[in-house]
Structure formats: structure tokens, C-alpha cells
Write a protein that binds this ligand. Structure first.
Ligand code: HEC
Length: 193
């Protein structure tokens, strides 16, 4: 009798485990993926942008440049710790200032499709890539606004003092020469389930 109970319990456990792993491996809809990505970007990117703009406002562009060069990485890392398990956020670009943000060939393909859309006059939208049933990537385009020119513009639009500081920190800087409205790169959110 006891033996029979144990066998039944065993079968029930197997059944539940199977159900559970089935739920776990469930595919995400595009809407779910975008929602996770937006939340993650809000956490990490929002923190970066907020601090940067506050610095520019309170202490000027040069001091903000100094801050970006030394603290931005740390700040992004701190904010990343608050993301759900399996979710990570980084910035990628074809013209990196910090070489850790250099786009891969795969990234470059997506960036150029975004750029093409922009040339057709469309507003750049998020791109969702499904790598497998439990692995997704989301690209959120980053477009150059007026403020960005201070540190990413050409010699006529850059803030000279700020750029001196940046150039010292990043002698191989490629992230200049931009005009307002151009694609600067993207937030890349990686989601593994
Ligand atoms: C005060 C100067 C300053 C301003 C203003 C500024 N940036 Fe940057 N930006 C930097 C610095 C410095 C880095 C390198 C940070 C690092 O090492 O992680 C950087 C890095 C980046 C990167 C990561 C890719 C790379 O090249 O390493 C992106 C994307 C970016 N900036 C976009 C923008 C956008 C979009 C704006 C406007 C909303 C902006 N930046 C405004 C100074 C600035």
C-alpha cells in the first residue's frame, strides 16, 4: 500500500515538473519582449541620461564630460544589478568612443536596417530579434539631439572645453562629427529565459 502511494507520488512529481519546465520554456510574445526591454532601458538608460542632464544643468558641459568619462560606466553597472535575472542592457555603436561599446557584425546589420528606415523618413522604432525560443534581443535606436552635439558634434557644434577633457580620456574617439537627427547607436537589451 505504501509502495503504491510512493509510486503515485513519484508520477505526480514528474507530471508537475514537466508542466513547470513547459511553462518556463514558454515563448515570449513580441509585446512581452518589448515590455521587458523598455523596463530595463528605463532603469539603466534613464539613470544615465538623468544624471548626465543634471550635471550639464548644474555644473556645465565640461564637468559633465568629466563625469561621463569616469563615472558613467560605474553608474550603468550599478543600475544593471537591479535588472531581472537573464536581462542585460548595453549601448552599441558603429562609431565608438569607448571601445567596449563597439557593435558586432550582427549588431551592425541591425543598425543599418534602422538607418535605412530613417532615410525613408520613418521614425526609428525598436527592433526585436528572436535568437531562440528562450533568447531575445531588442535594439532601441539612439538618435542625436541638440544637447548631444556638445560632446558628439563636429568642430563647429562641440563644446571646446568639454571635448578637450573627452579627447584626453579617449584618444581613439570615433563618436564625433554627428549632426542632429542622425543615428548614434542603440541600447541593446539581451533577454534569456
Ligand atoms: C557631456 C558630454 C556628453 C554629452 C552631452 C553626451 N555624451 Fe554620449 N558619451 C560621452 C562620453 C564621455 C561617453 C563615453 C562613456 C563611456 O566610456 O562609457 C559617451 C558615450 C556614449 C554612447 C556609448 C557608445 C560609445 O561611443 O562609447 C552613446 C550611445 C552616447 N554617448 C550617446 C549620446 C546621446 C544620444 C547623447 C544626447 C542625448 C549624448 N551621448 C550626450 C559624453 C557625452
Amino acid at each position: 500500500m505504501l509502495q503504491k502511494k510512493i509510486v503515485l507520488l513519484f508520477i505526480a512529481t514528474l507530471f508537475i515538473m514537466n508542466e513547470y519546465s513547459f511553462i518556463n520554456a514558454k515563448e515570449l510574445s513580441e509585446m512581452e519582449v518589448k515590455k521587458i526591454a523598455k523596463e530595463a532601458i528605463k532603469n539603466v538608460g534613464g539613470k544615465l541620461k538623468h544624471t548626465l542632464m543634471q550635471k550639464v544643468k548644474n555644473d556645465g558641459v565640461a564637468s559633465a564630460a568629466d563625469f561621463c568619462s569616469s563615472e558613467a560606466g560605474k553608474l550603468a553597472k550599478e543600475a544593471s544589478k537591479t535588472l531581472p535575472e537573464g536581462v542585460s542592457v548595453k549601448r552599441i555603436t558603429n562609431k565608438p568612443r569607448n571601445s567596449i561599446n563597439k557593435a558586432t557584425i550582427e549588431n551592425l546589420k541591425v543598425l543599418s536596417t534602422i538607418e535605412l528606415k530613417m532615410k525613408e523618413g520613418k521614425t526609428p522604432a525598436m527592433v526585436v530579434r528572436k535568437l531562440s525560443n528562450n533568447h531575445y534581443q531588442v535594439y532601441k535606436p539612439l538618435v542625436i539631439g541638440k544637447n548631444c552635439l556638445n560632446c558628439h558634434g563636429d568642430s563647429s557644434t562641440r563644446n571646446k572645453q568639454a571635448y578637450q577633457i573627452i579627447q584626453k580620456k579617449y584618444p581613439n574617439d570615433k563618436a564625433i562629427g554627428y549632426k542632429k537627427g542622425e543615428l548614434r547607436g542603440a541600447f541593446l537589451v539581451d533577454i534569456k529565459r
